[in-house]
Design a protein around this ligand. Structure first.
Ligand code: KG4
Ligand code: ZN
Length: 341
């Protein structure tokens, strides 16, 4: 089963050819960071326009890199997949229209994929043999969710964020510290040179709930900076390290607590923030101490990309067949994560 996949839910225009679910023949990711960075966040209208400008180039390059052209497409590709949501409405529509047009021209079945499922299953691109049940922690610029994957396409959502997504919190903190967008990777880099114990930022463990909240730590940073303007490089590194420590300890505490409570021996991470260096180190260390296996995708598959959409689409059709959801291919900015067939 060879799938041509398209992802345009936020600010990355991406296309990929995925063979047999996990063999990535090509993946092209065109980032819009330059467009949005001066606004310190993604501007939906600009994102849609940029997707419109880039989509054809990205599709052509992904096909060319995989050795596919308009003549052999029919033979090489079995189905077309696209991200149906959640995400920015206009951005989602660009990918949906492109995917549906290609599927229509070549008379191929089409598979809609929830963006969160892309992040959940992105690990399967590199590790084929993970079997459910496992705990999935999705941490990105738009989402923070703790989900039990009982089986492929069978979910129990434990918690979401009540305010900012964790990536959003990193980006807003970075703005306060004078960094450009997206600031998560900048904080991460500076944090490695600082003292994580220098400032005691609050940890919002929200006992009795699996939800997350990051607005408290954000306000705490703002108040700290009002009282203590940045003195020098070392001070800045210490602030970054202390902020990162508080956020990562919260994610770790809640994830391992949930894994133990529900007797899950595997935690799978996904989403842009799983590229964070401390997250990777802390999860692997605590996982090792508790005999819980930790799976984290390579950086390229943490961030938004169409390969993970192709991978999720493959698993979906494997379980439900190609006819499943052919009549239900609507894009939705607030698409819910629902069980498959
Ligand atoms: O998954 P993603 O590419 O897009 C969304 O679906 O949102 O995630 C982007 C987010 C941004 O907020 C970015 O600041 C954050 O991931 N991010 C990081 C790191 N790398 C990316 N946050 C903390 N540390 C990092 N190393
Ligand atoms: Zn994402």
């Amino acid at each position: 089963m060879n799938i041509f996949a398209i992802e345009t839910s936020c600010d990355e225009t991406s296309a990929s050819v995925v063979l047999g679910g996990t063999k990535i023949k090509s993946v092209v990711i065109s980032s819009q960071i330059k467009i949005h960075s001066k606004f310190f966040g993604v501007v939906p209208e600009l994102a849609s326009r940029a997707h419109m400008e880039n989509i054809n180039l990205v599709i052509h390059k992904a096909l060319k890199d995989a050795g596919i052209n308009f003549i052999n497409f029919n033979k090489q590709i079995d189905a077309v997949a696209f991200t149906a949501g959640p995400g920015l409405s206009g951005a989602l529509l660009v990918g949906a229209v492109a995917a549906k047009s290609i599927a229509c021209i070549y008379k191929k079945p089409i598979i809609s994929v929830n963006h969160l499922e892309g992040h959940i299953y992105s690990i399967f691109i590199e590790k084929k043999n993970i079997t459910p049940p496992f705990l999935s922690l999705i941490i990105s610029g738009g989402h923070t969710a703790l989900i039990i994957v009982e089986d492929f396409g069978k979910y129990k959502i434990l918690g979401n964020t009540r305010d900012d997504a964790v990536g959003e919190a990193f980006d807003k903190a970075a703005k306060m510290l004078g960094f450009s967008y997206p600031g998560g990777p900048i904080i991460d880099k500076k944090a490695d040179k600082g003292n994580p114990e220098a400032i005691k930022f609050p940890r919002s463990y929200m006992k009795g709930s699996w939800d997350f909240s990051f607005s408290g730590i954000k306000t705490s940073l703002l108040n700290y900076l009002k009282r203590n303007p940045i003195k020098n490089k070392n001070h800045l590194n210490d602030i970054c390290a202390s902020f990162r420590q508080a956020v990562v300890e919260t994610l770790c505490f809640k994830s391992f607590d949930a894994a133990k409570k529900f007797n899950l021996r595997k935690i799978v991470l996904g989403g842009g923030v799983s590229a964070n260096l401390l997250i990777r180190r802390m999860f692997l260390r605590i996982g090792n101490e508790n005999k819980i296996k930790i799976f984290i995708p390579s950086k390229i598959y943490c961030t938004d990309n169409a390969a993970m959409i192709g991978c999720a689409a493959y698993l979906k059709q494997k379980k439900c067949g190609l006819k499943y959801d052919q009549d239900n291919l609507k894009s939705s900015a607030r698409l819910k994560l629902v069980n498959w067939c």
